[in-house]
Design a binder for this molecule. Structure first.
Ligand code: PRP
Length: 180
């Protein structure tokens, strides 16, 4: 049986949209003049963010996806990240932007960044909508971050709790109602 919970809004849809507009301007400046930017979404959590972000980007873009999964045994440094689904296209010599929903321990984005950098893109940058620095286990920081948040259990805007709540238009915080 799953525990009962409610979701308190943490970041509104309006705040997310405003932040994405600003991030898109920064990305545009960083990649101005690119002949094609390959925007890589990290499945599954980034699917909402990437959809909104690319629609704010006034650049020639190609969209691709990669899926990674991390398996931990509780020992942080032994966390293993595996690629479950690879890119369809090639990125050698291309400009690449990896789009992630949240950086938590940092293992996933750090690993995927190294993995794609080994294919020799021209420029490779990373963006995460949310960052939880308090949870970091590896030294990694995305080039752009939407919001820094505390160590809270968040859902919505692509992020799930046991595969639910990804479709909320805002970022919410899970609060278990059976807590004392
Ligand atoms: C979540 C999230 C990030 C990753 C962050 O993905 O979407 O990809 O964990 O955690 P880390 O910084 O500790 O590595 P998850 O494995 O839950 O898959 P999902 O994207 O399919 O929800």
């Amino acid at each position: 049986m799953s525990r009962p919970y409610v979701i308190d809004q943490m970041i509104s849809a309006k705040s997310i949209a405003a932040r994405i507009e600003a991030l898109a301007r920064d990305i545009h400046d960083a990649f101005d003049g690119t002949d094609k930017l390959v925007v890589v979404g990290l499945l599954r959590g980034s699917f909402v963010f990437i959809a909104d972000l690319v629609r704010e980007l006034d650049l020639p873009v190609e969209v691709d996806f990669i899926e990674a999964s991390s398996y931990g045994d509780g020992m942080e440094s032994s966390r293993e990240v595996r690629i479950l689904k690879d890119l369809r296209g090639t990125i050698e010599g291309r400009d690449v932007l990896i789009v992630e929903d949240i950086v938590d321990t940092g293992h996933t984005l750090s690993h995927v960044t190294d993995y794609l950098r080994s294919r020799h893109p021209a420029r490779l940058k990373t963006i995460a909508l949310l960052d939880k620095p308090a949870r970091r286990e590896v030294d990694f920081r995305a080039d752009w971050t939407g919001f820094e948040i505390p160590d809270a259990f968040v859902v919505g805007y692509g992020i799930d709790f046991a595969q639910r709540n990804r479709n909320l238009p805002y970022i919410g915080q899970v609060r278990f109602t059976d807590d004392a």
